[in-house]
Design a binder for this molecule. Structure first.
Ligand code: ADP
Length: 376
């Protein structure tokens, strides 16, 4: 084997072979070089793109290419070109462009006359690929980027699974309690009360869950109209405090709004109230000592409304996920506190719909949620 022999030795051996000497044993590198030179030539001398075909492919919303009988891309649109590392697919084979043996095989089969459809993952993208043989022996290759659609499908599937799971627990509890009552517990006033209490608690939980699910779906499907106007955040803060003061008092927590009068922001009054209610409710729910405070500050063109508590805080690694639906730091405890796992997802959706953003900071001395909206 030639192995690492310098190129000049390979040339000498090849020349000797052509002049009648023994057959030159060319090394892998030399054969690769020959292949590369052949490819470069093919690319340089590949026929010009047909403007009509080019125009047709450019009209496709997906990555599209015509693959020649010899198996290389003869015409491609801009979306297809971006798949090639060089930004130009012309003259390259699908294997050279994508490094996918599956795609390469499928194109070969299509060149023999068999249409193919396949899912192809390239890096972080998923493509739905259609390969259609054409009459003149070439192949039309279409690649639709379905990454977002597939992700949305997976999210929807997870959501349905999670929602069903959440609904099943209270339903099972109500059913068991009702069966126990029917089996005789109803005749004993003390036991009956216990089981009716279970029914009432879980019915309340079901009602909260369905209400949150409905809210979320209304926001997402834009059935809930969110229209921002200029308004004063101070009275809204006071309303929220008034509404939730009884639950704070019940737990011996302080609750106050320090939002100064005249904090003018662009928001939808109902949406903002719901956002603050959800955040303050969480503060009350998870805080055991101290309390919850609402405040506001201006930051450039934004107004930042803050809900801070003196609770146990949220571990750093949970923070990026707490706005996801049904994400809970401690599922058991959160349910015990009556949480649905949807409160922060609703907050996030509402704030985004108002053109703002929401963030969180947390440490051992408490948690701060910041709602950033346009100031006015
Ligand atoms: P839940 O209905 O369970 O409270 P949320 O979406 O409102 O659901 O909150 C998601 C999770 O984030 C909660 O389960 C809880 O673990 C955590 N969390 C939210 N707010 C706070 C807070 N103020 N202090 C501590 N943990 C919180």
């Amino acid at each position: 084997m030639l192995g690492r022999t310098p190129l000049s030795a390979a040339i000498r051996a090849l020349r000797a072979e052509l002049e009648g000497g023994s057959r030159a044993d060319l090394g892998r590198e030399v054969r690769e070089l020959a292949e590369l030179l052949y490819r470069r030539e093919r690319r340089e001398f590949a026929p010009d793109r047909d403007p009509v075909e080019q125009e047709l492919l450019s009209a496709f919303p997906d990555a599209a290419a015509l693959v020649s009988k010899e198996g290389w891309v003869r015409v491609s649109n801009a979306a297809f070109d971006t798949l090639a590392a060089t930004g130009r697919a012309h003259g390259l084979t699908p294997l050279e462009i994508t490094r996918s043996a599956d795609l390469s095989d499928a194109v070969k089969r299509a060149l023999e006359g068999t249409p193919r459809r396949l899912d192809l993952t390239l890096g972080r993208h998923v493509y739905l690929v259609h390969i259609a043989p054409l009459l003149r022996g070439e192949v039309l290759l279409l690649m639709r980027d379905v990454t977002d659609a597939r992700r949305a499908e997976a999210t929807r599937r997870d959501f349905v699974a999670n929602a069903s799971h959440e609904l099943r627990t209270p339903i099972a509890a109500i059913r068991a309690a009702a069966e126990t009552l029917l089996a005789g517990a109803v005749d004993d006033p003390k036991t009956a009360r216990e089981f009716v209490d279970i029914v009432a608690r879980h019915a309340e939980r079901l009602s909260r869950l369905t209400q949150d699910l409905l809210d979320l779906s209304r926001i997402e499907s834009r059935q809930l109209r969110i229209e921002t106007t200029v308004l004063d955040a101070a009275p809204i803060g006071r309303q929220v405090v008034e509404l939730l003061a009884p639950s704070a008092k019940e737990k011996g927590l302080a609750l106050a709004s320090d939002i100064p009068d005249g904090t003018r922001i662009r928001a939808d009054a109902r949406a903002l109230e719901q956002v603050l209610v959800n955040l303050v409710e969480n503060g009350i729910k998870y805080t055991l000592q101290g309390g919850v405070t609402l405040s506001a500050a201006l930051d450039g063109g934004s107004a930042v409304l803050t809900v801070s508590d003196t609770g146990p805080g949220i571990d750093r690694h949970h923070l990026p996920r707490i706005f996801e639906r049904f994400y809970r730091v401690d599922p058991g405890r959160a349910r015990e506190f009556g949480g649905t796992g949807l409160g922060l997802a609703i907050v996030k959706h509402l704030v985004l719909a108002m053109g703002g953003d929401v963030g969180v900071e947390s440490g051992p001395s408490g948690t701060r949620f910041e709602v950033r909206l346009l100031a006015s």
